[in-house]
Every structure is written in C-alpha cells, then in structure tokens.
Design a protein around this ligand. Sequence first.
Ligand code: 0XW
Ligand code: MG
Length: 367
Amino acid sequence: MKIIQIDVFAKHLPMVSGYNMSSSTVGDPDTTVVALRTDAKLTGWGEICPTGPLPQVEHAGSIRADLDLLGPALIGTDPLRIGLIHDVMAATMDGGQGARSAVDIACWDLLGKYHNERVCDLLGGARMDPVSTYHVVPIGSPDGSAQLAEQLQEQGHTKLQLKSGGRHIDEDIDAVHAVANVIRPGVDLFVDCNRGWTVGEAIQVSRACRDLKFDMEQPCATYAECATARTHLHHPLVLDESATDLATIARAISTGVADGFGMKLTRIGGISGMRAVRDLCEASNTPTSCDDSWGGDIIASACVHVGATLTPRLSRGAWISAPYQAGHYDEEHGPRIVNGMIAVPPGPGLGINIPEGLFGPPIASFS
Ligand code: 0XW
Ligand code: MG
C-alpha cells in the first residue's frame, strides 16, 4: 500500500458546556485532522486537538507547520509499515511529536481497515468493552463541585477528576473536602492541578486532606518539583504533563516518583507510543489513563481503542471531550459516554465513518 495524498483539515469544535483548568479556560478548540489517502482507495484518519496554546507546548499553528514538513516526506511510503513511517518522520524533523502522533493514528486506522480488524484487536484484543472513563469536575465553588460530583455519580460515573489550582489553595482545599465528602464507595477521585501548585502548596493540600482518598495529578509544573513533592505527600502522585517520553516514564516508575499516569496519546507518539506505555505500566503494576487533550471522534476513538486493551484494574479510564462539545463526526458510532462507560466503535480500524466533505476543503494537501 502507498500513501498517494495527504489532506490536512482544520475545524473549530464548539463547546456546549464550560471547561476550565488551572492554566486556562477552554473555548472552541481548534482541531487538526489528517487524512492519509492510499492507492488501495482506503483513507486513514488521524487527529490532534490541543485545548489552546497554554496547557501544552504544541498548538494548532505549530502542528500544522509540522505537517507541512512531514506531508511531502510521507508521500509514496507504506502506511502499514508503521515503524518505517516513524523512521521517515524522525528523519524529517526532530520535533513535531503531536503531528507525528496524528499520522501514527491514521496509519493504525489504515492497518485495521486493510486487515478488516478493529484497532483494539490489532493491539491484542479488548479487555474491556465498554471502556471505563472518568469525568471532569471543573474548577468551581465547593458546593457547586460537590453537586456536580453527586450528579455524575447518579449518571453512573465511577471515576471523577476534580480540577484545581489557579486560586488560593484554601479554596482548593475546601473544594476537595466538599467533593470527597460526597464520593461513594467504589468511586475513584483524582485531583488534577495541571501544574498549578508550588511544591509547598502541594504539600499543604495533601496535609490538609490527609484523611481523604484521592490521587494527586500533576500538582507542580515540572518533573523535578513533582519528584520533590512526592516525598512529602500523603497521596499517590500521578504524572500527566511531565510524562513526556518513555524514558522519563520508566524513570518515574523505577524511582517511585509516579504512582500512576495521566497519558495523552499525541504527547507520546500516538497509538504506537501509548501501546508502549500500556505495556510498561502493566509490567510495573502502574495505573494509567488513556486520554488526549481534546478533539472529535477520531482522537476519541483512538483513546477508547487503546483504553479497551488496558488491564482493567490498572485503567484510570479513557477520557474523551464529547460531553463538552456539540455533535459527532460519526453520529452513529462516534464514542460517547453511557452510564460512565464508552463502547468501542465496532467497525475496522478506528471504527468510525467520516462523511466526505465533513471538514470542508483541506487547509493543506500533499501528493
Ligand atoms: C482531562 N484531560 C485529559 C483533558 C484536558 O485536556 C485536561 C486533561 C488532563 O487530565 O490534564
Ligand atoms: Mg491531567
């Protein structure tokens, strides 16, 4: 099989409800979609959608610039030989992890379509279907956060992530107590600060909440700060933004810095990279989620397919942004949360059908 054309699309994803975190409030994210057109008349779809330029290094403009470099280099290559695709991309540019990840996802979509297999089955088969997920409780008042937490548990959610940071830690501490007090038996709570606290603040929050059960996710800005904080915490520490590559992840596990991970496929190399993290976490008995920053049915399906293959007891859930945005690319099979779980799309590859013309004219094409 050969890639004969690559189309790049841009699409704003209108929000239907609010979403914030310590670094920024999310507003109409701008997604980038990659279509790999082949001589077998199959198209592979990939996607990457940062929430904006603050919560991570890459943003829509940098991703599209990276694809301008990668696109021409990939024409004529075989997308089924995913290792070689990564070699070509690595020989083209040193950076561009997000764009490379989107291409990787599109290659896995093609691999599944070619073999008439779902991506999760190419990865060893689903251990869960439907797949567990977690729902975010945005930064808000203690009472409002507790009310939302109760509603979400009524809807069947068994994993909640309370956003925190960006305000005085006394407000965070009050919100954590209020939400923790309504968490039911069997429901997991994560407190995710998205790098918003200093080491001292993280320690103070942990001490003030020492009798409450939750994972503390990415409390501080850097790996080093999280490592320092970890030695004083009363809570398991989950790395997200600082888990930037497999070597760092392995070090965080072997040195006891990370008790778990909040992983984003497009930070780590797409489905190929998340597969490696999955296997490392399984071998080291380390929980991980299987997420991305934001995006539509393409990236959501990729997260759910890999998430389905996680060992259930080590799964922190596969997160998707569907609850916060209007509509699906594939209204029938686009991933959605029902009773706190997400069904794996049934078709080959990512299992979703993208109507031609859905994204309008491409913003770039290579052939
Ligand atoms: C909940 N997420 C996976 C989606 C948002 O991009 C933030 C992120 C996180 O856990 O940091
Ligand atoms: Mg996180």
